[in-house]
Design a protein around this ligand. Structure first.
Ligand SMILES: Cc1cc2nc3c(=O)[nH]c(=O)nc-3n(C[C@H](O)[C@H](O)[C@H](O)COP(=O)(O)OP(=O)(O)OC[C@H]3O[C@@H](n4cnc5c(N)ncnc54)[C@H](O)[C@@H]3O)c2cc1C
Length: 565
């Protein structure tokens, strides 16, 4: 039975960066992923990664932009750490082989991104996530003697010792259906976000909130769960992302009257205001009858104003996406987009070393909430978050491991219980509903009532629906009764995770009676610093409902002020 100093669940950018840092610190490491590591969702990241690399820039400017982007609810100590360490991390990536785009003078090129006061986004065309993920995976190979890889293994449960400290996990080998126990001194969750609880979403099928829900079920507090990012430019047809890099290169947003309507909402930053502001502006145009396309449900993104040569060089993937998924050549005509679910700012509450309040449990990347994004994440700050806090979590966990004994394995009886739970799902009669139907209902409801504009009635409706679906999920049946690549049974587990996350999101959104960042309450349209300049945390406390508490926002040097772009 495997035993390691540091067990990392998830092999996207956060997980791989954590693994490298822990291995370099001398720890024995295991990294586990339900898909092959380079198919982790980080591979989809397109536009780039932020760092104040330009000598005319300063990390404090990056930090201020991030604080303002967060609508003054991001924790400024964590934001300072992230922005201060960003240039070194990006240069490190380049030194280990990431082929960042260079300008005509041979220096690293930087592109404009939303909410940033200057160009500070390093990029590899519009495949930045893929480029970084592959280089990190190469680097992991160097550590093959101390890093064990468990690829296509699905974590089903976190384990705790008698003191409550996390001591490993149970996981299922997807290829065979075999269950195994993994003992570890520390576990780092790097399992990504939960976009699949919404329909449509820019997120891949694997983004089902597994780590968030597993930590929550253990009693770990979740934070900022009400803050869900709707990205301004998603294809109307299917929710696919058109990177913010397009607007960074100069693309315009146009309504049915051909107006660059952002002039009304953000006269200084125009299309490059922060995402919450642009998405709300688009949705307002659509709701007020100035949308375009069939039913007026979209907005035009006009990339034709960017020189064609530049588009083909720096935005080549979205040229392909436009052609393949909307039948539009974006170099010659505008493309129909609208706001779509993209990212969650919330997650498992951690400190700046990735430590959660549960001993031995860390989290980094989209699963975590440090909170560097607060009410709204700036584009190109997520890749940075995964790498900075992935590394810090890996280092911290390795240091903790050096001074403690290996926990005792929980043994076969616990594995038998887990097998009974899985057999129970496989054996369900066909009297319940299909998992895919329940998931569909969940995504549709969340997109209807927990989206850009929210109301008390809509949120209460969403809570009723989520709770009903939670009941229905208990009897949902699976068709595949086998052991080899039984994605059906894993789908049942993932559905449970998504429902727990969705419930926390809705409860948080009902609780926050103000508008801030991504949470816009039509019934409370103003930001209310006096009452709501605080984080909402949600914990399960032994039963099956989220309990609300609050935690203070850390302010170091930037006092809340009116937010205008
Ligand atoms: C289309 C798109 C474009 C984006 N572009 C950008 C960009 O340009 N810049 C930017 O900063 N951000 C961007 N983002 C956001 C960013 O890509 C993600 O937030 C980030 O990559 C998340 O990385 P992660 O390591 O936290 O998780 P992921 O990369 O999602 O990895 C999660 C890992 O956990 C594993 N896992 C999950 N559950 C289990 C389980 N039960 N058992 C075992 N393994 C499990 C998965 O297999 C995977 O390895 C984009 C997002 C999308 C959707």
């Amino acid at each position: 039975m495997p035993a390691h100093d540091v067990l990392i669940l998830g092999a996207g950018l956060a997980g791989q960066r954590a693994a490298l840092a822990a291995a370099e610190a001398g720890a024995s490491v295991a990294i586990m992923s339900k898909v092959h590591p380079v198919r982790s969702h980080s591979v989809a990241a397109a536009g780039g990664i932020n760092a104040a690399i330009n000598p005319a820039d300063d990390w404090r400017s990056h930090a201020y932009d991030t604080v303002k982007g967060s609508d003054f609810i991001g924790d400024q100590d964590a934001i300072e750490v992230m922005c201060r360490e960003a240039p070194h991390e990006v240069m490190h990536l380049e030194h280990i082989g990431v082929t960042f785009h260079r300008n005509e003078t041979g220096q690293m090129d930087l592109r404009a991104f939303g909410g940033a006061s200057m160009k500070r986004t390093a990029y590899v065309a519009d495949i930045t996530g893929q480029a970084i993920l592959h280089v990190l995976y190469e680097q992991l190979m160097k550590h093959h003697e101390t890093v064990d890889r468990y690829e296509e293994w699905f974590t089903t449960h976190l384990l705790q010792d008698e003191s409550g400290a996390v001591s490993g996990c149970i996981a299922r080998d997807i290829r065979t259906g075999e269950l195994a126990e993994f003992t570890a001194k520390n576990v780092i969750l790097a399992t990504g976000g939960v976009g699949q609880a919404f329909k449509p979403t820019t997120n891949g099928l694997i983004c089902t909130g597994d780590g968030i829900a597993q930590a929550y079920r253990l009693g770990a507090p979740l934070m900022d769960m009400e803050m869900v990012q709707y990205h301004p430019t998603c294809l109307v047809e299917n929710g696919f992302l058109i990177t913010e890099g397009a607007r960074g290169e100069g693309a315009h947003l146009l309504n049915a009257d051909g107006e660059r309507f952002m002039e009304k909402y953000a006269p200084n930053k125009m299309e490059l205001a922060s995402r919450d502001v642009v998405s709300r502006a688009e949705q307002t145009e659509i709701n007020e009858g100035r949308g375009v396309g069939p039913g007026g449900v979209g907005i035009y993104l006009d990339v034709t104003v960017v020189p064609r040569k530049r588009t083909l060089e720096a935005l080549r993937e979205i040229v392909n996406i436009g052609k393949d998924f909307a039948g539009v050549d974006i170099t010659r005509e505008p493309i129909l987009i609208r706001p779509g679910q993209h990212y969650i700012m919330g997650g498992v509450k951690t400190d700046v070393d990735g430590a959660t309040p549960i001993e031995g449990l860390y989290a980094a990347g989209e699963v975590a909430c440090v909170s560097v994004h607060g009410g709204n994440r700036l584009g190109a700050n997520s890749l940075l978050d995964t790498l900075i806090f992935g590394r810090r979590a890996g280092e911290h966990a390795a240091a903790r491991a050096a001074s403690m004994p290996m926990p005792t394995a929980v043994g076969q009886a616990r594995l038998n219980d887990e097998q009974t739970m899985i057999d129970g799902i496989i054996g369900r009669p066909k009297t319940g509903r299909r998992i895919s139907e329940i998931k569909d209902d969940l995504g549709t409801e969340m997109n209807e009532n927990v989206a850009v504009f929210r109301t008390q009635d809509g949120l209460e409706h969403a809570l009723d629906v989520v709770r009903r679906l939670k009941e229905e999920a208990k009897t949902a049946y699976v068709d595949d009764k086998g052991t080899v690549f039984n994605q059906d049974v894993l789908g049942a587990l993932e559905l449970g995770y998504m429902l727990d996350c969705a419930e926390c999101t809705v409860v948080g959104a009902i609780e926050r009676k103000e508008s801030r960042g991504a949470q816009f309450r039509v019934d409370y349209p103003d930001r209310n610093d006096e009452e709501w300049q605080k984080h909402i945390t949600l914990s399960r406390n032994g039963d099956d409902i989220p309990h609300v508490a609050y935690s203070p926002v850390t302010i170091t040097q930037w006092q809340p002020e009116e937010r205008k772009y």
